[in-house]
Design a binder for this molecule. Structure first.
Ligand code: ZN
Length: 484
């Protein structure tokens, strides 16, 4: 009997799935996982990758990122790959807020073209719907292209980004009709703008006023409102970057009422507090703002209990000088220098959190006993893939799935720093953080991506993965539908 050899065996590791941890080998043939089981004979493959003493995880699926500033998809995906991420789902938006004649469909086509040439990792896309976008036309057209998730901002009215409530409700109806899913940045934009104007008029523009201008009440109110509209429209709803501890009560109520409601938090809301804003000003400016220690703890409780379903990075790569100048891209807006008398309200929103995301979540979650490693795999790999229709090709270690995996060595101690990261952003709010555990090997569709601390894959091998709307929004692993 002749049998063709497989390409790789990833041998000797502890395979982690949402359902548990097992000692198994992974046999890879071409782009897919051919078999997983204990003691696969080494001579069944041409090459053996030794994973002994380490965990084998599905590649992380980062479903929240904005590669549109100092880091576009090329350097963002490079940096993400070093962090154990293998699939990215960026947000794409039209140029309508800048007054240009453009559509979201055009923007997605441009993005796919750029990513096919330059991305190091497989990718999907979410569409951002702006007030000026024609949702009647764009939503069905985007769903046909495999872009099944639509993000709307409930804030930033003065930046032309806020979706008015009636348009949001209509977009949810259209998404629901065609099998899509709505996503919201939930903060009350009118109140934030009002408070920012008030603080500015009083000359209160230093870092200490930032969190006060975007209070937790405004996040809680907006989540209630978005979940109410989603209930009326019968539309699945994904709430990005949860940050305030009170949101758990809102999730409990609406999930308990049967809304297909999914919550995401981010490494920064799991580990950092407003102290970073007080210490670093503009560099720590994100929306929603960094909050307090009890909020970090509540985000962990939400992840552990199943109320919060995913962790995403919200990567938005700016260099430090761009943060201070407040430009969405270099040099395109009012210039503000980085000195103490610059207004915090003029600085850019966003941080570069992708490369450190898995290490921070493992250190703060698993090493500190707040969540199990299988739960971490649910919220970082399985659930983002399930919610956005990429499962089981992505986010899964199963025969037939794409051979996307990470070898994570839990014994490597290292220090997070801007120096060590691979994006163009030149700072990190995790600077100096000591962590135990590191992704040391990454593979995508049977190709080695990261090995021996180096990128081994050429750009331009990545593929666009359309969201499968028949699979989208089905119950994620550990998802809690009934209140705690
Ligand atoms: Zn974001």
């Amino acid at each position: 009997m002749t049998s063709e050899k497989a390409d790789y065996i990833v041998a000797g590791g502890l395979v982690v799935r949402g359902s548990g941890i097992t000692r198994e080998d992974v046999l890879i043939s071409g782009e897919t996982i051919a078999e997983i089981g204990p003691d696969i004979a080494p001579d069944r493959a041409s090459r053996v990758v030794d994973a002994s003493g380490a965990y084998v995880l599905p590649g992380v699926v980062d479903a929240h990122n904005h590669p549109e500033n100092a880091d576009r998809i090329e350097t963002f995906s490079l940096s993400a790959a070093f962090g154990g991420i293998t699939t990215v789902v960026p947000f794409v938006r039209s140029r309508r807020a800048a007054g240009e004649d453009d559509t979201t469909i055009d923007a997605v086509n441009r993005f796919i073209e750029e990513a096919n040439e330059t991305s190091y990792l497989d990718y999907g896309a979410h569409a951002i719907l702006l007030a000026a976008d024609d949702v009647e036309e764009q939503v069905p057209g985007l769903i046909d292209m495999g872009v099944i998730s639509f993000k709307m901002f409930m804030t930033y009215p003065s930046r032309g980004m806020m979706m008015p409530d009636d348009r949001m409700l209509r977009a949810m109806e259209l998404a629901s009709r065609d099998g899509g899913i709505a996503m919201v940045h939930a903060e009350n934009g009118y109140c934030i703008d009002h408070l920012v104007d008030q603080f500015t008029a009083e000359g209160k523009t230093s870092a200490e006023y930032f969190a006060q201008s975007q209070p937790r009440l405004l996040e809680i109110e907006a989540i209630n409102r978005a979940a109410t509209y989603a209930t009326v429209a019968d539309c699945p709803l994904y709430i990005v970057h949860l940050s305030a501890r009170e949101v758990l009560d809102v999730l409990t109520r609406f999930k308990g009422d049967g809304l297909r409601l999914f919550g995401e938090t981010c490494p920064q809301y799991l580990d950092l507090t407003n102290q970073k804003m007080l210490d670093h000003g503009a560099l720590a400016k994100i929306g929603p703002p960094l909050r307090e220690r009890p909020d970090n703890e509540a985000m962990w409780r939400g992840l552990a209990s199943g109320l919060i379903d995913t962790i995403g990075s919200d990567f938005c790569g700016f260099r430090a000088d761009q943060k201070f100048t407040g430009g969405q891209s270099a040099g395109d807006e009012d210039s503000v220098d980085g000195s103490a008398d610059s207004s915090i309200f003029e600085a850019s929103f966003g941080g570069n959190w992708a490369e450190q995301m898995l290490c921070v979540a493992f250190e703060e979650g698993v090493n500190r006993g707040r969540v199990t490693l299988p739960r971490l795999v649910q919220v970082m790999c399985e659930n983002p893939a399930k919610i956005f229709g990429l499962y089981p090709q992505k986010g899964s270690l199963t025969a037939g799935s794409d051979a996307d995996l990470v070898i994570f060595d839990p014994s490597v101690s290292h220090t997070l720093s801007a120096e060590a990261q691979h994006c163009n952003a030149d700072f990190t709010m995790f600077e100096g953080k000591q962590v135990l555990g590191k992704p040391v090997f990454t593979m995508q569709r049977g190709q080695i991506v990261i090995q021996d601390g180096e990128m081994k894959r050429e750009r331009g091998q990545a593929k666009f993965y359309p969201g499968n709307r028949d699979e989208a929004a089905y119950a994620p692993s550990g998802h809690q539908l009934v209140g705690v």
